[in-house]
Design a protein around this ligand. Sequence first.
Ligand code: ZN
Ligand code: ZN
Length: 358
Amino acid sequence: MKTAARRERLVSALAGRDLEAMLVTDLTNIRYLTGYVGSNAIAFISADLAVLFTDSRYAVSAREQATGIEVVIGRRDLLTDVSEALAALSGAPKVAVESEHLTIARHRRIADALDGVRLAPEAGLVEDLRVLKDEQEIAAIARAAEVADRALADVLAPGIAGRPERDVAWDLEGAIRAHGAEGASFDIIVAGGPRGARPHAVPGAEPVPADTLVVIDLGAVVDGYCSDMTRTVATGELPTALARAWRVCHDAQAEAVAATRPGLRGDELDRIARDLIAAEGFGEAFGHGLGHGVGMDIHERPGVRQEGREVLKSGMVITVEPGIYLEGVGGVRVEDLLVVRDDGPEVLSRHEKQQPSA
Ligand code: ZN
Ligand code: ZN
């Protein structure tokens, strides 16, 4: 979808809340609405005015990226320029600002700089649009998923047992870039043996042990869109407890993926996997939520967890990633990225899930 259509949808959403304009300060939301990629910008969007403010470092790129919108090259601070440009607005318009992205100090500064407007702190206005992906966005996410698939296949092929975890993580990052992505979508996790029992383990100098499970969680960024996938691989014969945890986790994940459909709430999908894991006696070992939305941010709406009340809709992109973590022994997590569709989930993560020998 062209950014102009997104801005139109935003203006309609604003009108629905009796607001005339929005001052967008979150850089990801600015990219979504204007195409601008950079570190310093503010966007003002109303029914008859759309202006992107940035500084001279981005003068050339901003005009290339933000088509169909006026680009103002201001001073580094931007607020003076915004204030000057908006001084011409009449009738003290009511302007939405992003309450979830503004510090108190910055809100105060904006209020001081724009004394002719009334600021209305609003949460989630642009995110309401971002949660439903168009086919162009889904295509970018699918490419990011494919890059992660290939990177993982490359790095696993020669075997990883005995190699330092952080070397494996670095190779994955290199492979992600070699396959054409802009980079990794988060710090890659490689956690073997007992370290795999920490869901967000940091890869260290320790070698990947033999005869255990290794949790590998990675993602790529393509055209500003993220992917996210976890595989848990065996490095040999497994202790019975780990082999059983692997099987239970994968069965629960497959059930939850198959159950994914529009109309289900995030907490309802979470419960499908959680109940299966609990029935096998691993309930206490699955602490985190089942999944999350993915898009321009690696974690975004909808929440797919016990508190997730958002209803799934066709066009949302989510992860389904249960885990079982046995302290002192090891862990297993399996995560697929999928598109919620009317006719069933479209799974974007393709890397195989090998059943480990026990
Ligand atoms: Zn992940
Ligand atoms: Zn995830």
